[in-house]
Design a protein around this ligand. Structure first.
Ligand code: BEZ
Length: 209
């Protein structure tokens, strides 16, 4: 019998869902969550998801008492409070603000990459806005440069909440922009990612359509 008391709206292509899945793997809480697979696209609303998250965005987590948590940052931190191991996100002090800021920067990479995906995949080619696409790519590049130049030693210390976010961002770039070429420009990140990609949590959660 399943011990799951929570339900996670899930799509294997979503890098934000992957963050939550990585937290579940890394904190050995997979059995607590039932996965409810859904199809989502900005132009195809999912009524069940919309009822639980008015923003219509993945992921959302329905708790045993019927309350629903979203977005991925809230869900990840909630799950981080449910296990007995060392927290993935520092609970207080400078380390907390640093981790939250790096996690936010990783999410910014994801936001830009997902917007690029929507613009290039959903919008008709003759209506795509090249200047805007280039600005999103610049955001990604600046953020990767920051991680390469200012956060590598922190990333190497522990696969914590910020590292999980960045791993999902790099995995999503490989998934949706295989031609991106980030490894050539960011060799330290490439080396770090090659290592963390071998973690069981990463191997168990590849993005798929
Ligand atoms: C994607 O297919 O790239 C995607 C799916 C869900 C959320 C974000 C992106």
């Amino acid at each position: 019998m399943s011990a799951a008391t929570m339900t996670l709206y899930h799509a294997a292509a979503s890098p934000f869902v992957r963050k939550v899945m990585l937290v579940l793997h890394e904190t050995a809480q997979l059995e607590r969550v039932h996965l409810q697979s859904i199809l989502v696209a900005p132009t195809k609303p999912n009524l069940a998801l919309n009822a639980d998250n008015p923003a219509g965005k993945l992921p959302a987590l329905r708790l045993a008492d019927g309350n629903v948590l979203h977005d991925s940052r809230v869900i990840c931190e909630y799950l981080d409070h449910l296990h007995d191991g060392e927290p993935l996100l520092a609970r207080q002090g400078a380390a907390r603000w640093r981790s939250l800021t790096l996690a936010s920067l990783a999410d910014a990479i994801l936001d830009a990459a997902v917007l690029i995906r929507y613009e290039t995949f959903l919008r008709p080619a003759d209506r795509q806005w090249e200047t805007w696409l280039a600005a999103q790519q610049d955001k990604i590049e600046r953020s990767l440069t920051y991680f390469e130049q200012h956060a590598l030693s922190e990333l190497r210390q522990r696969f914590d909440m910020a590292a999980i976010g960045l791993a999902c961002a790099l995995g999503y770039l490989d998934f949706r922009q295989p031609e991106h070429g980030w490894r050539e420009r960011h060799p330290g990140l490439a080396d770090w990612y090659a290592q963390v990609s071998q973690r069981p949590s990463m191997l168990a959660t590849p993005p798929t359509n």
